[in-house]
Design a protein around this ligand. Structure first.
Ligand SMILES: [Zn+2]
Length: 96
């Protein structure tokens, strides 16, 4: 049984790209190659940590995206105001 652990896991565009498509190519536009690589590792690390400790991150409902939010990204913690995309965290219903 799959349950929703967190039904409002709001993430920035960079995190969404990696969560949804496992694609970090879009990160490069404003950063140098080295910075983009370091940033990508940081996001992937944050995602891996959440998947290990909480559950599987899944893309949520686009209608619940926040076009302009100043809340930090729930995944990487970036504080830059901007899009926050709705995701959910899924887990199995059994106790660990
Ligand atoms: Zn993020």
């Amino acid at each position: 049984m799959v349950i929703i652990i967190d039904d409002a896991f709001m993430v920035c565009t960079d995190c969404l790209m990696i969560i949804a498509n496992d694609d970090a190519s879009g990160l490069d536009y404003s950063l140098g190659e080295e910075e983009a690589g370091a940033w990508e590792r940081e996001i992937r690390g944050a995602i891996a940590e959440i998947q290990r400790q909480v559950g599987q991150i899944a893309v949520g409902d686009g209608d619940r995206d926040d076009e302009f939010s100043s809340s930090p990204c729930a995944c990487c913690g970036i504080r830059l105001a901007g899009w926050r995309h709705h995701c959910v965290i899924l887990g199995s219903g059994r106790e660990h």
